[in-house]
Each structure stands twice: as structure tokens, then as C-alpha cells.
Design a binder for this molecule. Structure first.
Ligand code: 0X9
Ligand code: ZN
Length: 304
């Protein structure tokens, strides 16, 4: 049975996407963007008052299979939007004037594998040139400085970049969706765990992004909002120097497609439980993160 304060398995999440679209058909529709390597449909929930063709925000969760708090957050955020639409002027204003595209689990095959076989699995589940090793790191597979830094062309590593840029079905489906919506998508937000960080481009180089000052200001505001609830400490900054350099990541790719507001969140905690964040922390983590995302959404709305 689905719960916002538990980790849900994929089947439960898939049913939930269908139910949200049915029960809240005025605000939510479900879009299939293609299949995973193992053939499962990938779903994006489009949330907003469908009449408006305004700006849009794309958010992905669950690129990395073991980061269970990430899909939990995407589910929570959709619930927050639909349940507060009629009672909360801020949410009403957001949903009237912009569209959220929310991908609750990007790496579905990997997510299922963490439930059935290996809780610490990170990558997707496609075969590689090494018959002993499976999986590409989808956050190294995008076509931006592909396989140059903070990634490896060795299939058995956790940061394997894949056999070519966007070689993976999951990557291709996201790329095609974004390219098809480039006229409206103003922000790309990728949700990971853990470390309590808010990162903005670039990650593939130490150079500062053209609007890095603006991204820094937004991050400062978003982190202030997040911390206002439970005093959770976050650091923010350019990804390469704040966490470590990576190439082929989704945020840098989106940014170089012209999406000027690109962010990666690393949610709770700072390492005590790490990827095994207890269910008792889902509610607080989702509540504080919601404040940060709303802050970014309000900024994007008033600057587009
Ligand atoms: O290594 C990663 O992909 C991210 N850390 S995680 O522990 N969730 O795997 C960090 C990504 C930093 N790079 C970008 N923001 N591009
Ligand atoms: Zn991650």
C-alpha cells in the first residue's frame, strides 16, 4: 500500500502515478517518455493547470538506484502541489502560471534491483562489454564532456560512463523529452542523496557558469528557506568545487541546452545513515526540501 512516509517499491509507485492522474485529472496527467533497458515504461507527471502554456520546471528523482529518499521526495512534492492547490495561494499561483514535469524514478530497473537483490546498487542494469559487470552510471552518461572527468570507461566501476554519450535508454528518453520541451523548460532540478548540498553548474569544469552569480543567489535563498524549518545545514556552490568534478551529468547537460536554472540537490543526511536514511526522516526531509523547491520555482516564475 502506498505511503508518503515509507519507501515504496516500484509497482506501488507506478500504481500511484496512475492514481494521481485519475484522481486529480484537473491538475495531473501522466506522460510515458519511453522504456527502460528492461522494458518498463518511464513516467513523467505533468502537474499544473493545463490551460496555461507558461514556463516549466523539470525535476528528476532516482537517477541513482540506492538513493531511496529521492523518489520519496518526488512523490511527496506532487502530493504537496495537488493537496494544497485549493488552500494555499502560493501553490495556486505556481500551478496557475507554470508547469512541473516530475519524473519520480528515472532509473527504474536499478531501483527494483535495490529492492530485490542489492540494496547498494547505483547504476542502471544494462549489460556492458564486460560480461561480469552490469550497469552504466546514468549521471555520467549525458552528452556533456562525456567520460572526461570524475567518470570511468571501465564497466565494473560505479562511475562507468557507458559505451557512448546517451547510450542508455533511460538517458535517451530524458534527453528526447527535454529537447521536445526546450521552448518551455526553464529549470532542471535533479534530486540525489546524500550530503546536504545544493549544487549548480558546472561540474565538468572549474570555470564559472555565465550566470553563476545568479545561481549562487538563488541557492542562498533556497538553502535559507530549507534550513528555516529544522535548522538542517546545507552547503551550496558550483558542483565541481563544492562536491567533486563529474562529466556527463544531467544538470550540466540541461544547462548547456540553454536551461539557465539547473540544480542538483543532495538530500539528507551527511553520512551517518547515508543511503540508508531511516523512514522516520522522510517527512522532515521532504518538508524542508519542498520549501527550497518552492523558492526556486517562485524565482523562475518571476524571472521568465
Ligand atoms: O556522483 C554523483 O553523481 C552525485 N553524487 S551521488 O552521491 N548522489 O552519486 C554528485 C553529482 C555532482 N555533479 C553534478 N551536480 N553534476
Ligand atoms: Zn546520486
Amino acid at each position: 500500500k502506498h505511503s508518503y512516509i515509507k519507501y515504496n517499491d516500484w509497482e506501488t509507485i507506478a500504481d500511484w502515478t496512475s492514481n494521481m492522474a485519475t484522481k486529480h485529472s484537473d491538475l495531473v496527467s501522466r506522460i510515458e517518455i519511453g522504456n527502460t533497458y528492461e522494458g518498463r515504461p518511464m513516467y513523467v507527471l505533468k502537474v499544473g493547470q493545463s490551460s496555461t502554456a507558461g514556463p516549466a520546471i523539470f525535476m528528476d528523482c532516482g537517477i541513482h538506484a540506492r538513493e531511496w529518499i529521492s523518489p520519496a521526495f518526488c512523490q511527496w512534492f506532487v502530493k504537496e502541489l495537488v493537496s494544497r492547490y485549493s488552500k494555499d495561494e502560493e501553490v495556486k499561483n505556481l500551478l496557475t502560471n507554470l508547469t512541473f514535469y516530475i519524473l519520480p524514478v528515472l532509473n527504474i530497473d536499478g531501483y527494483i534491483y535495490t529492492w530485490t537483490t542489492d540494496r547498494m546498487w547505483r547504476k542502471n542494469r544494462s549489460p556492458t562489454s564486460d560480461s561480469n559487470c552490469f550497469g552504466t552510471d546514468l549521471n555520467r552518461n549525458f552528452n556533456i564532456s562525456w567520460c572526461e572527468i570524475g567518470s570511468a570507461d571501465i564497466p565494473c566501476t560505479e562511475i562507468y560512463c557507458g559505451k557512448s554519450p546517451a547510450s542508455e535508454e533511460e538517458t535517451k528518453n530524458v534527453v528526447n523529452f527535454i529537447l521536445g520541451h526546450l521552448d518551455s523548460v526553464r529549470a532542471y532540478i535533479s534530486i540525489h542523496a546524500y550530503s546536504q548540498m545544493l549544487l549548480y553548474p558546472y561540474s565538468y569544469t572549474d570555470e564559472l557558469a555565465p550566470n553563476s552569480q545568479e545561481l549562487d543567489e538563488i541557492s542562498k535563498g533556497a538553502v535559507a528557506e530549507l534550513s528555516s524549518l529544522y535548522k538542517t545545514k546545507y552547503v551550496y556552490g558550483p558542483s565541481a568545487s563544492t562536491i567533486y568534478p563529474t562529466s556527463g551529468s544531467s544538470d550540466d547537460w540541461a544547462y548547456t541546452q540553454g536551461i539557465r536554472y539547473a540544480f542538483t540537490f543532495e538530500l539528507r543526511d551527511r553520512g551517518k545513515r547515508g543511503f540508508l536514511l531511516p523512514e522516520s526522516q522522510i517527512r522532515a526531509t521532504c518538508k524542508e526540501t519542498t520549501l527550497a523547491i518552492k523558492y526556486i520555482a517562485n524565482y523562475v516564475l518571476s524571472h521568465s
